[in-house]
Write a protein that binds this ligand. Structure first.
Ligand code: ADP
Ligand code: LRH
Length: 488
């Protein structure tokens, strides 16, 4: 009847959700049928994802979707990037996937860069140098018996897809985050596979967003109560690829902040920017849906806030997000700012202490209260977004009329206003579930209920999603001064 009923699984670093969408050419309704926390587990000193708990959350969500909807047109999965599971010759998972924040990659990037110069890696991949890129994770465990026993490497969404369908593949937008893919040909780079110590055969065949990825296995139909056949569709399986599809922009002159645990800040381009300036600015050319380039920088994001709250709660101090944000709005701006991208903030641990130390290092009085710490985080994030938007404009030549904030951070009115002020441009906030919506739209297009390019898909978002606009206030001077304080 021209309507599709679609399940979009979106696994973020802080929570996973299964969303159920009903899509028609002029209609898009989305409901959350299951949400579950994503809590990493340290085992024998190594930080792991609890991948079976996530898979259970997916199965429970699919069961709930079936209860709500009856038949389901298709399923798609996206998750955070770079991490993977290894399968043995029998297709069994070899150990639990390791978290990108685990310390095993300490020093691994330097070792790879000693063998292959950074300039060359950037010319091939166009990717930001982050210590946890799959290239460095693999190099860090090159000698491990586990890698020796591995016959297949599956990125997290592809691993869950494999459990659902029995068919292994590698979706290309997520593959682009490994730093093993050639950004121009979108195929594996032999040079970098060699540097990682693996062969191309480790990776199942590449898939494009919109490709079929198999059908639910009989045992999964039993487990979920769904009526087959139910196809699984490859979507932009990197959550940020799906989130950028879900940005409700009108034209081309927009920047986005995909604002969750991380903040991914950049623009959408037709072709990558591979200049030396771009490499030095540590900008990424990630593979987007429909062959687009997501030209962006990883900013440390709301992790700074999440980890501060976790630290306070662990110390028995009451701290809830709503009251912290309420109090932070009353703290004077720019009392202290930090470089949000300081690598010291990457691992789990006492975040307020590390923020205070960073303030002292730059000659500032550290925040004293929880509210001051939260204000410091939000000012610092807005400042980092400002730098990233300026750099994206400068390095790509793309003009930007508005900044879209999507993801959980779109709910943070103070952060949205600060971002408008810092970027000197209107901020359009929402949708919160942009990744799930981008996932769903690519499936709806594969099912033939919506048509056209990303612009057409975004038009459907603009006509169906609630958005909030924040106009810039104040002037640029305090932002420039704050940037100077941290040497930016
Ligand atoms: P991820 O996909 O990385 O797990 P989300 O996009 O779900 O992240 O965003 C989670 C973040 O959104 C939280 O860390 C929190 O800071 C922010 N957030 C969620 N709900 C609210 C809210 N009601 N008000 C302000 N911020 C919120
Ligand atoms: C956001 C994200 C980001 C990656 C990081 C590992 O969830 O996928 O794009 O850099 O996780």
């Amino acid at each position: 009847d021209g309507t599709a009923t679609i399940a979009a699984v979106d696994l973020g670093a802080s929570s996973g959700r299964v969303m159920l969408g009903r899509v028609a050419p002029d209609r898009l309704d989305l409901v959350e049928v299951n949400r579950f926390p994503n809590v990493p587990v340290r085992v024998a000193g190594t930080l792991h994802w609890d991948v079976l708990a996530l898979y259970r959350g997916v199965l429970e969500g699919l069961r709930a979707a079936g209860r709500d909807a009856g038949r389901i047109t298709s399923i798609g999965i996206d998750s955070w990037a770079v991490d993977y599971g290894l399968l043995d010759a029998g297709g069994s998972l070899l150990g639990n996937p390791v978290h990108y924040r685990d310390g095993r990659t300490d020093g691994a990037m330097d070792k790879v860069l000693a063998a292959v110069p950074a300039e060359e890696i950037y010319r091939i991949t166009g990717l930001q140098f982050l210590p946890f890129n799959t290239l460095y994770q693999l190099a860090a465990c090159a000698e491990s018996p586990q890698l020796a026993a591995a016959r297949n490497l599956l990125l997290v969404p592809d691993l869950l897809s494999y459990w659902l369908t029995g068919i292994a593949g590698t979706e290309v937008t997520n593959a682009s985050t490994t730093q093993l893919l050639d950004v121009r040909t979108r195929t594996w780079s032999d040079r970098l596979l060699a540097a990682a110590g693996v062969s191309a055969g480790l990776f199942p065949p590449l898939r494009q967003p919109g490709d079929g990825a198999g059908e639910l296995l009989p045992d999964v139909l039993d487990e979920t109560g769904l009526t087959g056949p139910v196809p699984v569709i490859a979507v932009g399986s990197h959550d940020t690829a799906s989130a950028v599809v879900g940005v409700p922009a009108a034209g081309e002159q927009f920047a986005y902040v995909s604002c969750g645990t991380w903040s991914l800040v950049g623009v959408e381009l037709d072709t990558p920017v591979l200049t030396e300036d771009s490499r030095r600015a540590n900008f990424s050319n990630e593979g987007g849906v429909d062959g687009t380039t997501r030209y962006l920088r990883n900013v440390m994001g709301l992790w700074l806030l999440q980890e501060s709250i976790r630290t306070w709660n662990a110390a028995g101090l009451p701290a809830d997000l709503a009251s912290l944000l309420h109090d932070a709005a009353r703290v004077p701006a720019f009392s202290a700012v930090v470089d949000a991208d300081d690598p010291a903030f990457l691992p789990p641990g006492d975040m307020p202490a590390r923020i205070a130390a960073a303030c002292r290092r730059t000659g500032q009085t550290p925040p004293q209260s929880q509210a001051e710490t939260v204000r410091c985080i939000l000012d610092s994030l807005a400042l980092a977004y400002r730098t990233a938007v300026h750099d994206a404009v400068r390095l790509s030549g793309r003009d930007v009329d508005a900044v879209h904030i999507v993801g959980g951070g779109a709910r943070n009115g103070l952060l949205c206003q600060l971002t408008a002020d810092a970027c000197r441009r209107p901020v359009v906030a929402g949708p919160v579930e942009a990744a799930a919506l981008g996932n769903l739209l690519v499936q709806a297009r594969a099912a033939g209920v919506v048509h056209g390019d990303l612009r057409a898909l975004r038009q459907l978002l603009r006509s169906t999603q609630q958005l909030t606009v924040y106009e810039p206030q104040g002037n640029d001077e305090p932002w420039r001064a704050a940037a100077a304080r941290i040497g930016r």
